[in-house]
Design a protein around this ligand. Structure first.
Ligand code: QAP
Ligand code: CO
Length: 166
């Protein structure tokens, strides 16, 4: 298990579209463990592989209080069950440290995914888990929470994070 380095916005790698996972081998299990360990280390509730620079469609999440409920989703796909039900949440992102912005998303979604053995699974997440899975699945398509806010706000966050990096 290794704690990995997390890329920060506006790193261009965060804009890549991640590749489908086809090998359900021990390397994938190791990657999933590294993602969970890295997420826990930085007190996150969700993390996508592309945030540690790995171009694969795998995300992890745990919204429990103390590392009690790790979720691993390989090749996740989101189906909106009710287009008319949406809710706002103040989202954070380990790749955009220190910034929180309200994002409005569908509240009733179904997640189809594969587990680490490659078996198909489906869940209908409740509440915050649904928000986090949508946020993390966006990462796999190169999309970030700042894409939902005004470009003025986005540029301001961009320049602040670039200055912090120097
Ligand atoms: C996505 O993000 C998420 O700025 C996961 O200084 C979060 O775990 C979706 C974090 C909230 C919906 C709601 C952020 C940690 C963690 C920071 C995270 C920070 C330290 C973000
Ligand atoms: Co994020």
């Amino acid at each position: 298990m290794t704690i990995r380095k997390i890329l920060t916005f506006p790193d261009p790698k965060l804009r890549e579209v991640a590749k489908e996972v086809t090998n359900f081998d021990s390397n994938l299990k190791e990657l999933a463990n590294d993602l969970l360990e890295t997420m826990y280390e930085f007190k996150g509730i969700g993390l996508a592989a592309i945030q540690i620079g790995v171009n694969k469609r795998i995300i992890v999440a745990d919204i429990s209080d103390e590392k009690q409920e790790p979720h691993i989703f390989v090749n996740p796909k989101i189906k909106v069950l009710n287009e008319n039900k949406k809710g706002g949440y103040d989202e954070g992102c380990l790749s955009i440290p220190g910034f929180y912005e309200e994002v409005i998303r569908p509240t009733q979604v179904e997640i189809s995914f594969q587990n680490l053995s490659g078996e198909n699974e489906k869940i209908i997440p409740e509440g915050l888990l649904g928000v986090v899975v949508q946020h993390e699945t966006d990462h796999l398509d190169g999309k970030l929470m700042v894409d939902y806010i005004s470009s003025v706000k986005r540029q301001r966050i961009r320049s602040k994070l670039l200055k912090l990096k120097k």
